[in-house]
Design a protein around this ligand. Structure first.
Ligand code: ADP
Ligand code: MG
Ligand code: MG
Length: 901
């Protein structure tokens, strides 16, 4: 419930804010305030708070007091500028700009030139020294932006009209349109506006302003904004602030212009200035990639004074924010204005490299460097890259806008991308340039290729945010969307043809290029020495990982079932095995033994089958123990229902029928079939599995326990070391565990003798009842390992295989969860079970060892949760081990949670 009061402060002058007020003023507003207070040249203006937006969205109307506060701030702005909004002689114009807590590039709305109408357009021209062209250009932009964003007039209609005007003039360039052309275009635009809205374009400036503010509020809930937030995990209830800023004009002539810049290369992190500049243009032209920009360095030649001033400001901003900044600026007749800054988005590689550089430069310490990178970025850096040899020649080269290597079938529309991706195909979305309507296609695609636009185009920014490979501005490519093809160097590539794009180098290849390991993986594998390489990324990763390891309290183990997996995981830094599944030891050529076990008609037959399995299992464990050289190895006793090891019912039934037909001897098959029928379960997930199986099939767990103990002893006798931890799955009651444990302890005592080997016995906590009776269970368990997959399934009462495809999309859409609880631990529900079990388990048995196995162990947010709850270790798949190490380090230095967006 949002309650509002007359006295709530909803509007802040730029001079009243600062960079730490992002929750209230949004990122853009907070940083405009910060720059204002640093004395940088920012056009005056004010910010309407996110609170006002929240109130508006909750009640459907502007909160009490807002209108009056806007009025007061507008008057102050008019006084400061010496102009009045929409004054026919000398109009003040403003931009109305969205700006939320987290940057959502291009997702929400901005309207420029608010305050222009049929009369003030004349005044504006006079003010600008009889510059009619400029005034009418500004007016047509207002109608276009206002129409599209405030009144939902289809943007293409305006674009078509603009194209038409250019065609009539025989040109491709906006700049060739003169004042008369633009005056005519304004008339056309107004007709389009009236046709779609049923009213004339509003002439009253204050009405324009109020409608634009309302539209910005509402843009928070635009479909594409919702989609973007979901992808980026931005909470849905923050709302956006609105900035009202006095207009400055980059479209006043060749001595004016507009640009964007980064203080370092956001792709690689390399030091230096990176940016795009466009003369005689208004801001949105650069960002939209509509005209091809020139590199920022050109500005030095065009306007050295402004260029030097800009460099100076950029250096100041970097020092002030102690980080890579990106900026938007406009030059109005040789005077530089700053329109935006923020700590810039960057690629994963740049994040590590820049963090390392800033440490070297003494701007930040290693804790801060660790804080500024994250596991998701590290995971991205572990993606494979293209393996190139002479066979593959690039057919085009654009800008490496977002790194990675992607191959796939070419598609030209977002809809087609979604369609083919749903069929499981990899696709590359090819567009001249993307816009926010392409978001679905970008999510579905493996990579994005555009023929226009720079590193700051929509495609580039959004792809980087998503971690999607993107090549932008590959201008040798001629895209023909209606014909579903593009041409490059005399060759034609049609929808469905495969191309490969390299988001690091910007190169485009025809066909599917094979991929190779990333440097970061080579480093983790130990084949790239961080002390010797001149690869800045590897050095930075090494340095930050080393620091994370020094800082973290959580140990990191791996889930590994074979010696080979175990070996890789150790190279990646695993400090033990948290989950060694034994299921695979019942597969392959051992199936026959399992069948004998299941079909055994007598104790003797069963004992025989188990005796035959014993040496095979022992050998499996010997390999793993050797590989782990004395590090703890948690072995889970067999978990799935035994019928999973038998052939499927239908297949068996057919085989039996066919064989009977032929008069063959089918006694064995019939017995199998009968067994499968007998063991059939309606809900196998909740059936005869885990500890239940161990209690029902005599000798099964005993055989496994013996194999584990004997393997440990064998490895120790050979001069090695082994630390087995036997884990009983699916325990819900302490009595289950006690029964298994009593038998196991006897076997262990007998096998281990005086070898010095110590074997722990513990349990998984994956049934809610186990979590709730953890105090009792701890009496019988030497350790707990949370099986978060099953705990999630049983905690929510749904089976993962059934629900993810069936309705999770709807749940995500409705916000029932922000992210799948299988991806990231559900703190409130499943997490609460973990908390209870951890507390009550440790109360009953101080020092009880606590860990987690399951995919959550490698999920960044979940790792932070496990740290908070006080677990001893997490265990995850080998490739996730570095991610878990990094996040465990971050969790240890961040008491207030992560905020690195
Ligand atoms: P976004 O968040 O999509 O970048 P912005 O609010 O920054 O949207 O505005 C879009 C473009 O308009 C930017 O290039 C910006 O620099 C430009 N712009 C915004 N306000 C003004 C202004 N008062 N004067 C001149 N240009 C402006
Ligand atoms: Mg902007
Ligand atoms: Mg389980």
């Amino acid at each position: 419930m949002v309650t509002t009061h007359e006295t709530d402060k909803y509007v802040y002058d730029f001079a009243e804010g600062n960079k730490d007020l992002k929750d209230l003023l949004g990122g853009k507003g907070a940083n405009l305030a910060e720059m204002t207070n640093l004395g940088l040249p920012v056009p005056p203006g004010f910010t309407i708070t996110t609170g006002a937006c929240q109130a508006y969205l909750a009640t459907g109307r502007e909160p009490d007091g807002l209108a009056g506060q806007i009025e007061a701030h507008l008057e102050a702005l008019e006084r400061a500028m010496g102009r009045r909004l929409g004054d026919p002689q000398d109009p003040l114009l403003v931009s109305v700009r969205s700006g939320a807590r987290f940057s959502m590039p291009g997702m929400m709305e901005t309207v420029l030139n608010v305050g222009l109408n049929d009369r003030s357009v004349v005044g504006l021209s006079e003010q600008a020294g009889q510059n009619d062209r400029f005034a009418w250009d500004s007016y047509r932009r207002l109608i276009q932006m206002f129409g599209k964003t405030v009144c939902e007039v289809p943007g293409e209609e305006f674009e078509h009209a603009l194209d038409e005007a250019k065609r009539a003039k025989g040109t491709h360039d906006d700049l060739d349109l003169d004042a008369d052309d633009l005056r005519g275009l304004v008339e056309t635009y107004k007709k389009i506006f009236a046709k779609h809205t049923g009213r004339e374009f509003p002439q009253e400036p204050r009405e324009q302003l109020d409608l634009a503010i309302r539209a910005v509020f509402e843009s928070w809930n635009a479909e594409r904004a919702i989609l973007y937030r979901r992808q980026e995990r931005i909470p849905a209830d923050l709302g956006t602030a609105v900035n009202v800023v006095a207009m400055v004009f980059g479209n006043l002539g060749p001595d004016s212009g507009t640009g964007v810049a980064f203080t370092r290369d956001p792709g690689s992190g390399a030091q230096g200035i990176y940016g795009d500049y466009l003369a005689n243009a208004q801001g949105e032209d650069v960002v939209a990639g509509i005209r091809n920009t020139v590199p920022l360095q050109e500005l030095e030649r065009l306007d050295k004074t402004s260029y030097d001033q800009l460099l100076d400001i950029m250096a100041r901003l970097e020092g002030h924010y102690q980080d890579l900044c990106d900026i938007e600026f406009t030059i109005e007749r040789g005077k530089l204005w700053m329109l935006q800054t923020r700590v810039g988005k960057r690629t994963a590689a740049a994040a590590f490299v820049i963090a390392g550089q800033l440490v070297d430069e003494g701007l930040i310490d290693l804790d801060e460097a660790l804080h500024r990178v994250n596991g998701a970025q590290l995971a991205q850096l572990m993606f494979p890259r293209f393996q190139l040899d002479h066979e593959f020649e690039a057919v085009a080269r654009g800008i490496g806008a977002s790194p990675g290597a992607a191959s796939g079938a070419v598609v030209f529309t977002s809809a087609r991308a979604v369609e083919l991706a749903a069929e499981g195909k990899s696709v590359i979305l090819v567009r001249r340039e993307t816009n926010p309507d392409d978001l679905n296609g970008m999510i579905a695609a493996q990579g994005i290729l555009t023929s226009r636009g720079g590193k700051t185009s929509h495609a580039a920014v959004v792809a980087r945010g998503m971690g999607k490979t993107c090549v932008s501005g590959a201008d040798e490519i001629e895209v023909n969307v209606p014909a579903k093809r593009f041409t490059v160097g005399g060759r034609t590539v049609s929808e469905g043809d495969v191309v490969s794009i390299d988001g690091t180098t910007g190169k485009v290849y025809l066909g599917e290029v094979p991929v190779t390991l990333s440097e970061v993986v080579q480093y983790f594998e130990g084949s790239l020495d961080p002390e010797r390489t001149d690869d800045a990324l590897v050095r930075a990763v090494h340095r930050i990982m080393t620091h994370a390891d020094a800082r973290r309290r959580l140990a990191v183990r791996t889930n590994a079932d074979t010696g080979a997996d175990a070996a890789r995981a150790r190279r990646f830094g695993a400090e033990g095995i948290g989950l060694c599944r034994t299921e695979h030891m019942f597969l392959g050529d051992r199936r026959e033994l399992v069948e004998r076990l299941i079909l055994a008609a007598s104790d003797a037959e069963r004992t025989d089958a188990l005796a035959a399995l014993l040496p095979l299992q022992r050998q499996d464990f010997v390999e793993i123990f050797r590989e782990m050289a004395g590090l703890p190895v948690t072995v889970r006793l067999i978990d799935p229902p035994l019928h999973e090891f038998l052939p499927p019912l239908e297949q068996l039934a057919v085989n039996v029928a066919v064989a009977q037909e032929r008069g063959e001897d089918v006694a064995k098959e019939e017995a199998l079939l009968a067994a499968v029928r007998r063991m059939h379960e309606e809900n196998p997930m909740l059936g005869l599995r885990g500890v239940r199986l161990g209690l029902v099939i005599p000798g099964l767990f005993a055989m496994q326990v013996r194999a584990i103990a004997e393997a440990a002893v064998a490895v120790t006798r050979d001069g090695g070391a082994a630390c087995p931890e036997i884990m009983v799955p699916l325990v819900g009651a302490v009595q289950e565990l006690e029964t298994v444990r009593a038998e196991a302890e006897k076997i262990i005592a007998e096998v281990v003798g005086d070898s010095g080997v110590e074997v722990l016995i513990g349990t998984m906590i994956e049934v809610p009842r186990a979590a709730l009776t953890a105090g009792q269970i701890a009496e019988a368990a030497q350790f707990f390992s949370f099986g978060t997959n099953d705990l999630t399934q049983m905690g929510w009462g749904f089976s993962r295989d059934d629900v993810e495809g069936a309705f999770f999309w709807r749940y995500l859409e409705l916000g029932i969860f922000g992210i799948s609880p299988f991806e990231s631990i559900d703190r409130d529900g499943v997490g609460r079970l973990i908390r209870i079990a951890a507390e009550e388990g440790r109360a009953a048995r101080p020092g009880l060892k606590l860990g987690v196995c399951g995919e959550h162990g490698g999920d960044p947010d979940s790792v932070h949760f496990f740290h908070e709850v006080g677990l001893d270790y997490v265990s995850c798949s080998p490739f996730r081990v570095p991610v878990a190490r990094l996040e465990a380090g971050r969790a240890a230095i961040e008491t207030t949670g992560s905020d690195s967006r």
